[in-house]
Every structure is written in C-alpha cells, then in structure tokens.
Design a binder for this molecule. Structure first.
Ligand code: ATP
Ligand code: ATP
Ligand code: MG
Ligand code: MG
Lengths: 228, 228
C-alpha cells in the first residue's frame, strides 16, 4: 500500500546548521496494518507522519502510494489522497478557531460534496461516538484540551478513510476516554482499515500489531507485537 | 497559602444552556505542597488551574491568595502574582509563534527587569536543563510537540516562581523525557516550592504527595499519597 525508500528530511537553519529530522528511512505498510510509532520527543515521528500523509515532502528518497510515486502526482490527486483516502489526526489539532465543533467535523464532508442535512447528521453521529455529543456547538476555545483532541479525531474519521494517521491521539485524554478512542481504532482495523498511531504510551501501542521505534530520525526497530 | 471556597464557574451558552465547569469547589493549598490533579477529560482541571493562576475569575466563591482576596487585588498586584509569584505551564503551550525558543523563555525576565545579557544566559541555561539546548534558535513551528512543551516549561520556571502550576506538562513527552521534567519538579519541591500538576498519567501523579480527583466540576476526593 505504502512504500517509503531512503527517505531523508533535512531542515536548513542557515549558517551551515542543519537539522536531519529523518535519515535514510525505509518502511513498508500493507493494507490492514495496525502500526504504533514510538520514540523520544524530537525523534522524527510527526515529520514521518506528515510525509506519509502527503502534507510534507521529503528532501530525498521515494514515496510510493498505491503503486504511484507521490512526487509525480498532480495537485488534484494529492488533494484526493489527503482528503478522501487518508484521515489525519494532528498532534496540534488544527481546528478552525471560529467554527463550532460541528462545523469543524463537517469540513471534510463539504470537500467530498455531501449535502447539508446528511453532513450535519453524520458529523453529529461521529462527535457522539467520541463522547462529544454534548459539545457540538462549542468553539475550540470553549472546549477542554481533551475535547479538542476528540473533535480532531472525529474530523479525521468522518470521510471513512481507509488509512488513518493519528499523531498522539490520546495525549490529552484520561484512561477511560483513551480506551474509548482505541476501541474505535481497533474496530476500524478489524473492518480492514490501515491505522498508524504515534504514541508515547505503551498501553496504547499494545492495541496495535506492529511497533516501529524511531531514534534520531532513523528506524531503530520494526517488529510485530507478539503479545496479542 | 491558597484558599478556594465555594468556587463556581459557569459558562452561559445562550438559550438557557449552561455549562457548569466548576461547582462549589473548596480546596486549600499550603506552602510546599506537591499536588496532582486528575480527572476525566472535561472535568474542570484546566478551569481550576486558570482560576488558581489568576488567569480567569470564578462566577462566585472566594479565592484567598496569601491572605488576600483576589477579587480585591489591583491589576498591578494581579500582574505581579501571575508573572513573578506563579509559573504557569499551559496545556496549549501559548508560545509566541514568531519568536525563537530563547526569546520565548526570556519574556518573563523582561517583565521582571533583568538586563539583556543575564536574560540570554539564564534562558539558555533553563532551556538546556529541559533538554532543549540544541534548539534555542528554533521558532515554535520548527519544533516538535514535545519540544514546544519543554519550551513552555522552561518559560514557566525562569523567574524562579515559588508556585508552579503545570497543566499536563508531560502529555507530549516520552517516558525518559517525562522523567527528566519530573526530576526538575521534584527538586523544586524539595527546595520548598509549591507545585500543582494536572496529569492523566498515574506515574506522574506518583511523584507528588497529594492527589485531588475532579469529576464533573467537583472534587471527588483529596487525599495524601501514602506510597511515598
Ligand atoms: N520546520 C523545522 N525546522 C527545523 N527543525 C525542525 C522543523 N520541524 C521539526 N524540526 C525538528 O525536527 C525534529 C523532529 O521533529 P518531529 O516533530 O518529527 O518530532 P517528534 O518525534 O514528533 O517529537 P514529539 O514526540 O516531541 O512530538 C525535532 O528535533 C525538531 O526540532
Ligand atoms: N469558554 C467556555 N465556554 C463553554 N464551555 C467551556 C468553556 N471552557 C471550557 N468549557 C467546558 O468546561 C468543561 C471543563 O473544561 P476544562 O478545560 O477545565 O476541562 P479539563 O478537565 O481540563 O479537561 P482535559 O483533561 O480534556 O484538558 C469542559 O466540558 C468544557 O467543554
Ligand atoms: Mg510529534
Ligand atoms: Mg485541560
């Protein structure tokens, strides 16, 4: 489904000072994989997720998505991948600050041309599924940290994407609410969807089937999780 | 040191719909306390921290800080409390987006009138203490989630406040880096400072001496942690 080969991502900070966020990274993802990515703060996890999600481009290396090299894709093809095929839960939520939760979750459905009444109904259902049914009218500034995180999760799932990329989706959630979110991801994976979760929490990683460890921009290990 | 009595915080969402974020909350904090606040997402933890930190005012109830009722304080007195007496680590970091990490951490020292060279030196030392010595020139958008969190922590500590309020300071940090941050907080508490940490992680709470559990805006329990 996804092949990353020899991916480098380097930032130039001027005056010969470079940050190598990813170094010669190679990784394959098959359809239906359920992967946890862990590693120290600053090790390159979000950078990797942004490249997989076609939100950022590598400095060098190949990214082949469903058999197609991403750097050859048109802007329309990339927009389709980002908005329809992939659902992305950002580490920093990225919600529209002046829109209520409901409008934020409806946004991807506007892109895919769903009519207004159906949009409102599906957005309400998805918000309810993540425990946010009582907060649909609140703007992001009127929500707690964990509530904003759940709105971001609902928005990522609403277009029923077959690939879900979640960058620390439970960082601001208590244990019970984390468990509810992971139950949603577990069920989506059982239904055949591909899920990649960045997490710092080993208990979250235990829901997945494969653990990729990053360190200093490189893959330290990439192993099946045997305890399941 | 701090007395909260009968604190209510209610948001009016129009059309007779109210959110009661805090309900009749009473709590005392003594100098040198080391408190963890836990509770479900949306239970009122950040709202409580914002009131303790004088960043928000209760709808009703009393807040007595060092013997003085906060609602009687002048704007200057409040600014002194917020900037000198209290160090606040926000759940959403609140860094200046166009300033590098160093300038962000220097900001409280500008408020307290520290000269330029000393500011730069102290900010560099504090950033190094939280593992960010290599990233002092990066702006927030050029930092990872956990790196931004650590810049926010450095900024909260730089004025050597005697009261530290940290709202989920390790939510985006790996286990090792979390341990380094908690070691800093442990040491500051041993030196006599008062520390209140909101967390979803029981391992973080184990560093503290007292656990306050919130649920639906009310204190469910307030107990010493005996395992230490
Ligand atoms: N725009 C940028 N310019 C320069 N350096 C950057 C930029 N963006 C990220 N970095 C650096 O790249 C490294 C990797 O960042 P990344 O966000 O991928 O880390 P991460 O593994 O997600 O960390 P965390 O667990 O803290 O979220 C970090 O050290 C960061 O400072
Ligand atoms: N400005 C506001 N207007 C309306 N409701 C609000 C506002 N700010 C917060 N709330 C509501 O108040 C409740 C408590 O919010 P708070 O941020 O204190 O929760 P929290 O315990 O910190 O949660 P988390 O663990 O998710 O950060 C939430 O249910 C939230 O929706
Ligand atoms: Mg990250
Ligand atoms: Mg909060």
């Amino acid at each position: 489904l996804i092949v990353l080969e020899g991916i480098d991502k380097t930032y130039d900070m001027g005056k010969a000072h470079q940050v190598k966020a990813l170094v010669d990274l190679t990784m394959r993802v098959s359809s239906g994989d359920y992967i946890a990515i862990m590693g120290p703060s600053g090790s390159g996890k979000s950078t990797l997720m942004n490249i997989i999600g076609c939100l950022d481009t590598p400095t060098s290396g190949n990214y082949i998505f469903e058999g197609r090299e991403i750097s050859d894709c048109s802007e329309d093809e990339l927009a389709h991948i980002r908005n329809i095929k992939i659902g992305f839960v950002f580490q920093v939520y990225n919600l529209l600050p002046r829109s209520p939760a409901l409008a934020n979750v409806e946004l991807p459905l506007i892109y895919s041309g769903v009519p207004r009444d159906e949009r409102k109904q599906r957005a309400t259902e998805t918000l309810t599924a993540v425990g946010m049914g009582e907060r649909v009218k609140h703007k992001p500034s009127e929500l707690s940290g964990g509530e904003r995180q759940r709105v971001a999760i609902a928005r990522a799932l609403i277009n029923k994407p077959s690939i879900i990329l979640a960058d620390e989706p439970t960082g601001n959630l208590d244990t019970k609410t984390s468990g509810e979110i992971m139950a949603i991801f577990d069920r989506l994976n059982e239904e055949g969807n591909t899920i990649i979760v960045v997490t710092h929490d080993p208990e979250i990683a235990e829901h997945t089937k494969r653990l990729v460890l990053l360190r200093d921009g490189q893959i330290q290990s990439d192993e099946e999780i045997k305890s399941r």
